[in-house]
Write a protein that binds this ligand. Structure first.
Ligand SMILES: Cc1cc2nc3c(=O)[nH]c(=O)nc-3n(C[C@H](O)[C@H](O)[C@H](O)COP(=O)(O)OP(=O)(O)OC[C@H]3O[C@@H](n4cnc5c(N)ncnc54)[C@H](O)[C@@H]3O)c2cc1C
Length: 563
């Protein structure tokens, strides 16, 4: 259902069973599960879908080997299982990723795990081979029978330097294990949301709608595109506002302190030498003080992250100069002969982990697990309960959403009919998995649409098995490549604008495509995309210019991109 229809349907009938505030991965995951089980559910976000913490992740579907040290065994076991499910259900976006740990010591850290578990050690410190081996053995064991990725291996110093000839020669050995790479988290979240809407006409999702206030049985929302306020009457509110949970509860008149978020930043580099040196591997290693750093292949770019810094207000999260220096220094520790400078940075991003507030002395020790906080009763002045979704990793979103859905169904007096464990996502449905199946799929489409194999391969990398629908749309009218962007055509972007709820130009540049993140934009490209969107959405000249200005401002202010 399109935005206008959803808004008018809500004005006609303001009653909904469930209102979800926040369309990050946890809000979207819960939206899908409730929709699948026939619930009428409204999902809102004050910004675009997947534009908060869920757009700031390190792109890893992982169990979090490091969390074993904090004693978070339940979480790691669950996350490893969920990682496997993501690879299975969204194979077009989540792929196995060989992860290499360069190790500089044999024994350091061996006492850390038990000491930390007992709460006697507060400071992080660098881990050596022995503790890493123990961790990886546990990690492999958690994968169990659902083996979507190979087991870990250790390589001697000589073997390691043969495989990665730019690696620091001071290593004692390397360990290689597998996790998952979520190549495009924003698209994955969007596809889950679109699946839910397609599955249930009573599941409605709106970006750019804010929670304003609540009292009694009413909640006031505001359409951020028109500034118009309207009322709805939910039986249950799910507060999935991530790092903004306490602010959203405050809007409902309830004071909470559930979140103690930490900021994490990343850089994207255009550095062919470093990209060639890492190959298809993630390098996952530690600073001397034990803080984790990763260097990561992201198409033809390199992703570097992340930091873990206490922050009071999530709106203030930016990648600072100090963080940039920190990342550049650490890269030099692992690849000392490769020169990396600020000139290689094409994009930066920063976000706040919605972690439960904690008394732990270091941010690395804050729990990464998730739970539901329930607010209900007369003291709230609300006629409906509010479930706040605290914590939760991208990787474990499905399991967390399942838990929230079960609780919500119970509250609504409904039974679960369907589950999401094996449910394919978007372009992962009917996905050709083997090389032969993929060849057949691409050849079939080439014969039917007349598009070149190369073009279809590109579309397939972006959209998986949705390529069929998109290619069909592209063929309905004359198409042409964009003048300022290679690899994109006008009708491809038109499809995305018309079918994927893009409202602002930056939705298209930052989240429906990876153009901004991969540093592929120029002023010309921004103007050409603005013109395309203006035609599709009937924007005035004034709006078109304002959208281009807004995109440029956002790129400069939040992403260190000056065009
Ligand atoms: C730096 C960093 C690295 C990470 N790396 C990984 C990783 O590699 N792997 C992994 O599994 N996890 C990772 N995570 C964790 C994971 O990304 C987050 O835990 C998860 O995305 C949280 O999702 P969420 O839906 O709870 O919150 P969010 O994605 O923040 O969603 C909350 C939404 O609520 C909206 N909102 C707020 N207030 C209102 C309001 N008043 N009205 C309407 N909407 C509102 C916001 O706009 C936002 O979109 C990382 C997190 C960070 C920050």
């Amino acid at each position: 259902m399109n935005r206008t229809k959803i808004l008018s349907s809500l004005k006609e009938t303001p009653q909904v069973s469930v209102l979800i505030v926040g369309a990050g991965i946890n809000g979207i995951g819960t939206f899908r599960d409730l929709a699948l089980n026939g619930v009428d559910v409204l999902l809102i976000d004050r910004g675009d879908f997947c534009s908060g913490a869920s757009a700031a992740s390190s792109h890893m579907a992982h169990g979090g080997i490091r969390y074993l040290e904090n004693g978070e065994f339940r979480l790691v076991r669950e996350a490893v299982k969920e990682r496997n499910r993501m690879i299975q259900n969204a194979p077009h976006i989540v792929k196995p990723l060989p992860t290499t740990i360069p190790i500089f010591k044999y024994f350091s850290g061996i006492l850390n795990a038990p000491l930390k578990f007992m709460g006697w050690l507060d400071k992080p410190s660098e881990r050596g081979s022995v503790i890493i081996k123990l961790g990886l053995m546990m990690y492999d064991a958690y994968t169990g029978a659902q083996r979507t990725v190979p087991r870990h291996k250790f390589y001697s110093r000589a073997e390691s330097l043969k495989r990665w000839d730019k690696l620091n020669t001071a290593i004692v050995n390397t360990a290689v294990y597998y996790d998952g790479l979520i190549s495009n988290p924003e698209r994955l979240a969007l596809e889950i949301m679109l699946d839910a809407e397609a599955d249930n006409p009573h599941a409605r999702a709106l970006n750019y709608v804010s929670l304003v206030s609540g009292f009694g049985k009413r909640v006031i929302l505001r359409d951020e595109l028109t500034d118009e306020a309207f009322e709805i009457e939910p039986k249950l509110v799910i507060n999935a506002a991530g790092p903004w949970i306490d602010f959203a509860n405050h809007s409902l008149g309830v004071t909470t302190k559930f979140i103690g978020g930490t900021k994490g930043s990343h850089l994207v580099l255009n550095h062919p030498e470093l990209r060639a040196a890492i190959g298809d591997n993630e390098f996952f290693f530690e600073n001397k003080d034990g803080r984790i750093v990763l260097i990561f292949p992201l198409q033809d770019r390199v992703l570097i992250g992340t930091s873990d810094i206490k922050i009071d207000h999530p709106d203030d999260a930016r990648c600072t100069d100090e963080e940039v220096d920190y990342f550049l220094e650490l890269t030099a520790r692992v690849f000392p002969t490769i020169k990396v400078t600020r000139d290689h940075i094409v994009f930066a991003f920063s976000g706040v982990r919605p972690l439960a507030s904690s008394k732990a002395k270091t941010t690395g020790q804050y729990s990464r697990d998730h739970h539901i906080e329930v607010l209900s009763g007369d003291w709230t002045n609300l006629a409906f309960p509010v479930y706040s979704l605290v914590g939760g990793k991208w990787t474990s979103f499905r399991a967390f959403s399942e838990e929230v859905t079960d609780k919500s169904l119970q509250f609504l007096g409904l039974k679960r009919n369907k589950g999401t464990q094996d449910l394919p996502i978007g372009g992962g449905r009917n996905y050709p998995r083997t090389t032969e199946e993929r060849e057949k799929y691409i050849n079939g489409l080439a014969a039917w649409t007349g598009l070149s194999r190369q073009r279809l391969e590109t579309l397939f990398e972006r959209y998986g098995a949705r390529t069929e629908t998109i290619a069909e749309f592209m063929n309905l009218a004359a198409d042409a490549p964009l003048d300022s962007l290679t690899g994109y055509s006008r009708r491809e972007l038109l499809f995305v604008i018309q079918h994927e709820k893009a409202e602002h130009l930056d939705d298209l540049l930052l989240r429906r495509t990876m153009l901004a993140m991969l540093g592929k934009l120029s002023r010309d490209a921004i103007i050409e995309c603005a013109m395309l969107m203006a035609d599709a959405l009937h924007w005035s000249l004034e709006r078109r210019n304002a959208e281009a200005e807004r995109a440029l401002r956002l790129l400069a202010d939040r992403h260190r991109v000056r065009l």
